[in-house]
Write a protein that binds this ligand. Structure first.
Ligand code: ARG
Length: 274
């Protein structure tokens, strides 16, 4: 069911690809900052037109990936588990997010002990927290999150480097509490991104899931943001449109091709303030 949301975004003013920490980042491909800004602004305006509010983080010249605000932490029921980034190039982003949350008067902020890249690897369902690990977040991050939030955590093992964060391989479509148990939350995911055991867990928990084809996953189609009704997703992921409509969702395609050059898309650019 639709619920208006609060999102945290950061304009890609200093966006560039000057290091490569995932297979999408090709240092030889030029980046058009103006186009990135225009595409990013379309995404922000799209959220506002759907009734959501968007807060903006101030961009930082030394932190080109700060545009991917989903990675800054996990805010849930007014508690924040801050990120601890895997790569030195991104270490500095954690403090920017911490400062922003503290500036909002949020006192329940915990600095993570184990590496986690925020909503890049954590996804919230009605009853659970899904936690990806394998490339970025530590295998100890799920336990740390469970302890901090007091919410059961399902750890999922990522095995394909192209899908290095959980949010590149899985999207929660409906996280409304009170709409049945977690097993009835709707998700879409690409099975090839997960280990055989994690695939079996996903089949068990989400028998009704939309199972994405590799071509849609490679368009980063799973890096989508759902408000419970509208699903904003990269426009090249055309194979997801019908399955979403069949389940009563309203897909909203958007072009973020410049940001894809850093391995990110819709969800990466969108931190949710729950
Ligand atoms: N270049 C960034 C990195 O590799 C992209 C982060 C994308 N964010 C995400 N939530 N998947 O860290």
């Amino acid at each position: 069911m639709y619920r208006p949301r609060r999102y945290l975004m950061c304009p890609p003013e200093h966006f560039r690809v000057t290091y490569s920490i995932n297979p999408w980042m090709d240092l030889t491909k030029p980046v058009d900052v103006r186009l990135a800004m225009a595409q990013w602004s379309d995404l922000r305006d799209c959220y506002r037109s759907l009734g959501h509010s968007v807060e903006e983080l101030t961009p930082h010249p030394d932190l080109p990936d700060l545009v991917f605000t989903a990675n800054g932490g996990l805010l849930l029921e007014d508690r924040v588990l801050g990120a601890r980034f895997a790569h030195p190039e991104r270490y500095g982003e954690a403090a920017v997010h911490e400062e922003w949350h503290r500036g909002q008067g949020r006192s329940e902020f915990q600095r993570a002990q184990h590496t986690n890249e925020g909503e890049g690897d954590f996804a919230v369902t009605a009853d659970w927290l899904l936690a990806g690990h394998g490339f970025r977040s530590s295998p100890l991050a799920p336990q740390e999150a469970q302890e901090y939030f007091g919410r059961p955590v399902i750890a999922l093992d990522l095995v394909d480097p192209r899908f290095y964060h959980l949010d590149t391989a899985l999207c929660v479509l409906d996280d409304a509490p009170g709409e049945g148990d977690g097993a009835r939350s709707t998700v879409m995911y690409y099975p090839g991104a997960f280990s055989p055991g994690s695939r079996a867990v996903l089949r068990r928990l989400f028998p009704e899931a939309i199972v994405a084809a590799e071509s849609d996953a490679l368009a980063l189609g799973l890096n989508a943001v759902s408000d419970g009704h509208h699903v904003v997703l990269p426009q090249a992921a055309v194979g997801l449109l019908d399955p979403l409509r069949e389940r009563g969702f309203d897909p909203v395609p958007i072009d973020l091709s410049e940001l894809l050059k850093a391995g990110g898309s819709v969800k990466c650019c969108t931190g949710e303030l729950r």
